[in-house]
Design a protein around this ligand. Sequence first.
Ligand SMILES: [Ca+2]
Ligand SMILES: [Ca+2]
Length: 206
Amino acid sequence: MKEIYRFSDSVIQRFGALGSGLLLALAIAGCTTPQANPDRPEEHLVTVQAGQLWQPSGISANRGDIVHCVATGQWSDSFAKYGADGNPDNIKTHLGISAPACGLLMRLGDQTIVYFIGQETNVVAGGSGELKFRNNFSLPLGMSGALKVRVTVAPDTDGDGISDYEEINTWKTNPLRVDSDGDSFSDLEEINDRQYRPTVPADTGP
Ligand SMILES: [Ca+2]
Ligand SMILES: [Ca+2]
């Protein structure tokens, strides 16, 4: 065993300088070259009960991630049901939060977001931590029901509002550049304005 240790020591001594240089190079590269994440974001399924306040989801997000939610189901009380066909102008206020009755509330740090039941919505995470969900009614008032919420949290390395996964696999844009084709219009602008393509400069035609 002693021989093995001695051999290991000599290897460390011989390659110590080289190893330090390599680590320094890796550290510099890590600081200057952000890495996109090409992996498909994991889809989570969360059940959010009507009769509880902020409910932990076990799902974490980092600032700048794109949080995508689709909620299905409905809340109900003795007056009405609140679901996908609810009136968004029917506002409830509870514990300082005013929000549509047909909305699911999500909290991340100090950020509170409303997702409308039945609509797919992307939101950029303004903080980091665990996602929590609840309805927006006073308790306990005989609320019943539960929502099924599909949630994905996707990194967006260049912060242009399109996840790394979608840039790489759907749009074929550069996940490290807000404006992939350099025509001064962002990838998001060109994807939303379907006259243009984010990989063909606008002045060369749609
Ligand atoms: Ca992006
Ligand atoms: Ca562009």
